[in-house]
Design a protein around this ligand. Structure first.
Ligand code: KG4
Ligand code: ZN
Length: 333
């Protein structure tokens, strides 16, 4: 045994990846295992929830065994198990939660339910502490889009969220419209980088506060494709991405002007977008704040971020506000 009681096992199964990681109190990742289901869902153009839960059942124990073995530890080295408790697909979540509960009981290790979004919010501090507080955080994932202000890891104030679709959802739908398959984000970005933004798509709620709306933009792309003879798909992709970036960066700028901030943190699957990364860097140079991004592998779903949020819970005495203002879904940590 090594590092007696100094490690957290993270388990994440909220969607279509079975992820397990071992993380120490400094946020260093000893190992991260991700069993993806992309091939299973590819033919449906989205996630098929029942297949997702069944694939989690098959993958989860081997993934945990692999993680412990790669980290060269035994369960006696674990301080806690942190498991995603929501939001997400209920069947998928239950696989992770019940596995964690069973192992925790059998091993005598405490189990802590973690809000998936809290995991994303903390992902930029994995491997090394990057976030400078107070921070403005843009979370852009497949399920959520919001701006928040973070005073420290325990004090989060929601500034504005989407009224309808998330950015990732818009990317995924547009990817499907363009015949690019699922997930749409990376392929739409790639196609966009080869085209020119020649189509003037709407920028929903651009001049208005810190909330977002993307369903109108998605419909505008769909209408344009239906009404245009021989549309140039790479230009459609470039125009869509330009509209998304325009909205995201305008709102980030507004939040940074409204709140004294040391950094802008961009997290969630869409934070893997090269366009978003480079435009956020440009904005931060202009606004003279630090840009904090998770390394690419921690932008999309993973269990290391869940383990890091678990450490926050274990260190709550440092952050004495266990129920923050961010009320997004199942309330817990
Ligand atoms: O955070 P995440 O892995 O899962 C959720 O919590 O939802 O985010 C997945 C989303 C998908 O919509 C996917 O299309 C998008 O992130 N995504 C990207 C990129 N990579 C993943 N979007 C834009 N550009 C990318 N490179
Ligand atoms: Zn996620």
């Amino acid at each position: 045994m090594r590092n007696m009681e100094s490690l957290v096992l993270g388990i994440e199964s909220s969607c279509d990846d079975t992820a397990v990681a071992v993380v120490n109190a400094a946020g260093q990742v000893l190992t991260s295992v991700i069993a993806t289901q992309t091939e299973i869902h590819a033919e449906y153009g989205g996630i098929y929830p029942e297949f997702a839960s069944r694939a989690h059942v098959v993958a989860i124990l081997p993934a945990i065994e692999q993680a412990l073995s790669e980290a060269n530890i035994a369960h006696g080295d674990l301080r806690a198990i942190g498991v995603t408790r929501g939001p997400g697909l209920i069947g998928s979540l239950l696989v992770g939660l019940h596995t964690a509960a069973g192992l925790g009981m059998g091993w005598g290790v405490p189990v802590i339910g973690i809000n998936h979004l809290r995991g994303h919010l903390r992902s930029a501090d994995l491997e090394q502490a990057r976030v400078k507080y107070p921070a403005i955080i843009l979370l852009v994932s497949g399920g959520h889009t919001f701006l928040a202000q973070m005073q420290d890891p325990g004090k989060i104030t929601l500034l504005g969220s989407t009224r309808d679709d998330s950015v990732g959802e818009a990317y995924d739908k547009v990817g499907r419209m363009l015949g690019l398959g699922y997930p749409g984000g990376p392929v739409v970005d790639k196609m966009a980088s080869q085209g020119s933004p020649t189509v003037a798509f709407p920028r929903p709620m651009l001049h208005d506060g810190l909330e977002f709306s993307f369903s109108g933009l998605k419909s505008a792309v769909s209408r344009y494709l239906a009404e245009t003879e021989a549309p140039v798909l790479k230009d459609v992709a470039a125009s869509f991405v330009e509209a998304i970036m325009d909205v995201l960066l305008t709102k980030c700028r507004r939040a940074l002007l409204d709140w004294r901030s040391a950094s802008l943190v961009v997290v969630g699957g869409v934070a893997a977008s090269p366009q978003l990364r480079s435009q956020a860097a440009q904005l931060c140079r202009e606004m003279d704040v630090e840009l904090c991004l998770p390394p690419l592998r921690w932008s999309t779903d993973n269990a290391a971020m869940i383990a890091l949020a678990t450490w926050d819970y274990l260190h709550l005495e440092k952050y004495p506000r266990p129920v923050p203002e961010l009320q997004l879904s199942i309330s817990d940590y």
